[in-house]
Write a protein that binds this ligand. Structure first.
Ligand code: NDP
Length: 445
């Protein structure tokens, strides 16, 4: 890392103790940014990096609710409003027991650059809670969401901060959150949340967008080697929103997705995953992935194992951060891996990224490859602002155009900075320069 940046990074780490994931995300971005500061000393003079690493606002609040037995429960809510240089804060809410400030800050920090790469007018933010919706009844989830929004509502708005879903927050949760926002404010402010249901202000393609976008980005990477998804054997991790739609899109392009996972284990379906059955099990019945193997013959279920033990030429990690380490990466490379498209945020450890890059594997980092979700959220905001509703075809065409554009801009930036094919460098520099320029223009705030 450039010595000037390393000194700033060390101060950031010391000022934010115990936030391992935030440290990791900051370090990974700083490692790319030395050459930009050689060309733009004004960024250093204006302390752009120091300002970027300090969220504009961080909100932490108590979320009290009662479970079905009448027992009082207390969770912690977060919203980190990281950077508004390019637009209102934008980023999802994550409900998962592992959520703490370090996770929310890593996600919010990544979101700044991702949102810049989309070319849409959106700043970066992220939020969530250590609440675990798994195993909770609909009524419990509703009471939790209502309590969460009873505090959050005063901080968000169409021109201020626009949350969406993430792990543990899907259409059901967004519905309860939106309902409570509307009730408290007495405003039908569609643009305050994205990921809404289609009949009440949502956008077609938003549910599919992150998974579809990841596959579109990966397809663009494959094209640079004169190949495609057609006929390829693919492994996906996770079996939530991003994973299911990545499976669907990859198979629509002729791939066979042979495996996917949840936090309990993974399935191997050599004939290719039956997407309709997977949706039924996970999205309708809200069952565990194991149930898929019970209902479909010829499928094995491996309890507790790593899905990366399954060989493939394309890997799409779509579950969670740091789910793919250096050893798993080395095994995938030995098994003939050609490309990785990150559907999740920071799923590959820094060791894993180094293994992929050293082996010449095409590697699409999350902040570029999974930007289709937030880009389509921005399209949802656009439809809300104009009180319009676009067709599936039109919205999907816009998503494709945006993902192809992100791929192009990452590749062009990597070329410009003398490291062709390095999408990590291209994404970090491309996103950073847009935000830094806007921050310079807007003065010391
Ligand atoms: P979902 O809650 O729909 O699904 C998450 C999936 O990942 C589930 O299969 C879950 O398994 C698995 N998972 C979660 N945590 C862990 C863990 N600690 N260990 C192993 N598996 C885990 O979330 P999404 O699909 O929305 O999000 C997946 C990833 O994509 C996240 O990194 C998210 O930040 C990122 N992302 C999502 C976007 C979106 O539009 N939704 C946009 C951009 C990025 P289990 O059920 O067992 O917990």
């Amino acid at each position: 890392m450039d010595a000037r940046l390393e000194a700033i990074r060390d101060t950031v780490l010391a000022r934010n103790p115990g936030e391992a994931e935030f440290h990791q995300a900051v370090t990974e971005v700083f490692e790319s940014l030395g050459p930009v500061h050689d060309r733009h000393p004004e960024f250093l003079e204006a302390a752009i990096l120091e300002r970027l690493c300090e969220p504009e606002r961080q909100i932490i609040f108590r979320v009290p609710w009662t479970d079905d037995a009448g027992r009082v429960r207390i969770n912690r809510g977060f919203r980190v409003e990281f950077n508004s240089a390019l637009g209102p804060y934008k980023g999802g809410l994550r409900f998962h027991p592992s959520v703490y400030l370090g996770i929310v800050k890593f996600l919010g920090f990544e979101q700044i650059f991702k949102n810049a790469l989309t070319g849409m007018p959106i700043g970066g933010g992220k939020g969530g809670s250590d609440f675990d919706p798994r195993g909770r009844s609909d009524a419990e989830v509703m009471r939790f969401c209502q309590s969460f929004m009873t505090e959050l509502y005063r901080h968000i708005g169409e021109y201020t901060d626009v949350p969406a879903g993430d792990i543990g927050v899907g259409g059901r949760e967004i519905g309860y959150l939106f309902g409570q926002y509307k009730r408290i404010t007495n405003r039908y402010e569609s643009g305050v949340l994205t990921g809404k249901g289609i009949s009440w202000g949502g956008s077609l393609v938003r549910p599919e967008a992150t998974g579809f976008g990841t596959v579109i980005f990966t397809q663009e990477m494959l094209k640079t080697r004169g190949t495609s998804f057609d006929g390829r054997r693919v492994v996906v991790s996770g079996s939530g929103n991003v994973a299911i739609n990545a499976v669907a899109k990859a198979q629509s392009l002729g791939a066979t997705v042979v495996a996917c996972s949840d936090s309990s284990g993974y399935i191997v379906d050599p004939a290719g995953i039956d997407v309709a059955l997977l949706r039924q099990v996970k999205e309708v019945d809200r069952a565990r992935l194991k149930e898929y193997s019970v209902r479909r013959g010829g499928v094995s279920y491996v309890e507790g194992g790593s899905v990366w033990d399954v060989d493939a030429t394309v890997a799409l990690p779509c579950a969670t951060q740091n789910e793919l380490d250096g050893d798993a990466a080395a095994k995938l490379v030995r098994n003939g891996l050609l490309a990785v498209g990150e559907g999740a945020n920071m799923p590959s450890t820094r060791d894993a990224v180094a293994v992929f890059q050293d082996a010449g594997v095409l590697f699409g980092p999350g902040k570029a490859a999974n930007a289709g979700g937030v880009a389509t959220s921005a399209l949802e905001m656009q439809q809300n602002a104009s009180r319009d509703s676009w067709s599936f075809e039109h919205t999907e065409a816009r998503l494709t155009e945006i993902m192809v554009g992100i791929h192009h801009s990452c590749a062009a930036t990597a070329d410009e900075y003398g490291d062709p094919g390095n999408y990590v460098l291209g994404a970090n520099i491309g996103g950073f320069v847009k935000v830094a320029d806007a921050m310079l223009a807007q003065g010391l705030i």
